[in-house]
Design a protein around this ligand. Structure first.
Ligand code: KG4
Ligand code: ZN
Length: 340
């Protein structure tokens, strides 16, 4: 089974063809991503109208390239999947409408995928992880701990009460004058910084319910930055390192709390999976390697290219759904808000 996946919910236009393998994992036959970073950089964040137009400009070529690079023609795929939300509605409409047109013209099944389900199932594409597993989903819009019990069977254990982790990285970068997108900028600046120089808060640490709160951390960075002004490069690095260390502590502590709850709702987890754009951060990755080692639980960290937004995760979620007969008709709407 081979499925074409289209992703246009935020600032990456992406298309990919993934094939199902006998061992239950996926073969990524092509994975085309066109980032709009340059289009949005001048504004310091994603501008929805610019994003939608940029998706329109590239989506046809991107689909063509994904199919070409897979060594196929469109007739060869068994289904057309697109992320139908959550995300910026203009962009979602571009990807979903493209998928509908292809499905109609080719008489292939259409699969409307929840973008978060794409992130959630990536560990099965790469590593064939069996259900159930604990997912820490950390992206620009979401910060959630989820018991993944099956396709379409997600139990949210905890979430953020304010900002998402990626958002906290992005806002921290912006207030320190670092370029968009903020996550990679903060990570780079932190490499040479002293994580112990600024004592930043670790909100929610130690609470039984695995929720997050990140806006206080971002505000603390702002206050320290104001106090240390005018900032020298050394101050910026130290602030980034201190911020990143606080974020790592929070993510590990909240995941530990979720593991305790997990057993009540889903039994024994087969793995901890960290996914979403923020999961490409190397400090976060190494902290989870240590944590999983100590806890004696298998850890699955998809490669960075499959943590940030991509079409392969949408194609794979499409395969999983198609195998269960979970297809959609052409009336399926875009869903800018769509909890998992
Ligand atoms: O999953 P994703 O590509 O898009 C969403 O669905 O939101 O995640 C994007 C988020 C952004 O907030 C970005 O700053 C963050 O992931 N991010 C990072 C890193 N790379 C991307 N955060 C921290 N460290 C990174 N290396
Ligand atoms: Zn995402």
């Amino acid at each position: 089974m081979r499925v074409l996946g289209i992703e246009t919910t935020c600032d990456e236009s992406a298309a990919s063809v993934v094939a199902w393998r006998e061992d239950g994992r996926g073969d990524i036959l092509s994975n085309e991503v066109m980032s709009q970073i340059a289009d949005h950089a001048a504004f310091g964040g994603v501008v929805p109208e610019i994003a939608a137009r940029a998706h329109v400009e590239v989506i046809d070529r991107l689909v063509e390239r994904a199919v070409d690079k897979a060594g196929l023609s469109l007739e060869d795929v068994d289904g057309i999947a697109a992320a139908a939300g959550p995300g910026l509605v203009g962009g979602v409409m571009v990807g979903l409408t493209t998928a509908k047109a292809l499905a109609l013209a080719l008489r292939k099944p259409l699969i409307a995928v929840n973008h978060l389900e794409g992130h959630a199932l990536t560990a099965r594409l790469t590593d064939g992880v069996a259900f159930p597993y604990l997912l820490l989903l950390v992206s620009g819009g979401h910060t959630q701990l989820i018991a993944v019990r099956g396709v379409g069977d997600y139990r949210r254990l905890g979430t953020t009460v304010d900002d998402a982790v990626g958002e906290a990285f992005d806002k921290t970068a912006k207030l320190l004058g670092l370029p968009y997108p903020g996550g990679p900028s903060v990570e780079r600046a932190a490499e040479t910084g002293d994580p112990a120089r600024f004592a930043l808060p670790r909100p929610m640490l130690g609470r039984a319910k695995p929720d997050f709160s990140l806006s206080g951390l971002k505000t603390a960075v702002r206050l320290e930055a104001e106090r240390a002004a005018p900032l020298k490069p050394r101050d910026v690095s130290d602030l980034c390192a201190s911020f990143q260390a606080a974020a790592v502590d929070v993510l590990i502590d909240r995941t530990r709390a979720a593991l305790r709850l997990f057993r009540d709702v889903a039994g024994h987890p087969n793995a901890i999976v960290v996914a979403g754009g923020v999961a490409s951060n190397l400090s976060i990755r190494s902290a989870f390697v240590r944590f999983a080692g100590e806890s004696g639980i298998r850890l699955v960290l998809p490669p960075a290219i499959l943590c940030t937004d991509n079409g392969a995760m949408i194609a794979w979620a499409g395969i999983e759904r198609l195998q269960l007969g979970l297809v959609d008709d052409l009336t399926v709407p875009p869903r800018p808000r769509w909890p998992l």
